[in-house]
Design a protein around this ligand. Structure first.
Ligand SMILES: [Zn+2]
Length: 43
């Protein structure tokens, strides 16, 4: 049972912002690996 749970989480890639390290929810791919806050700063 535990092994199945591990596999489940492994299939879910956790994106983290390269700037602040904050976890990023599924967003537009064009944003790359940055959260909304950091993306706004780049503008
Ligand atoms: Zn960020």
């Amino acid at each position: 049972m535990l092994e199945k749970m591990s596999d489940f989480f492994k299939k879910l890639p956790t994106k983290k912002c390269l700037e602040c390290g904050q976890e990023i929810e599924e967003q537009h791919e064009c944003y790359g690996n940055k959260c909304d806050n950091c993306v706004d700063v780049m503008k």
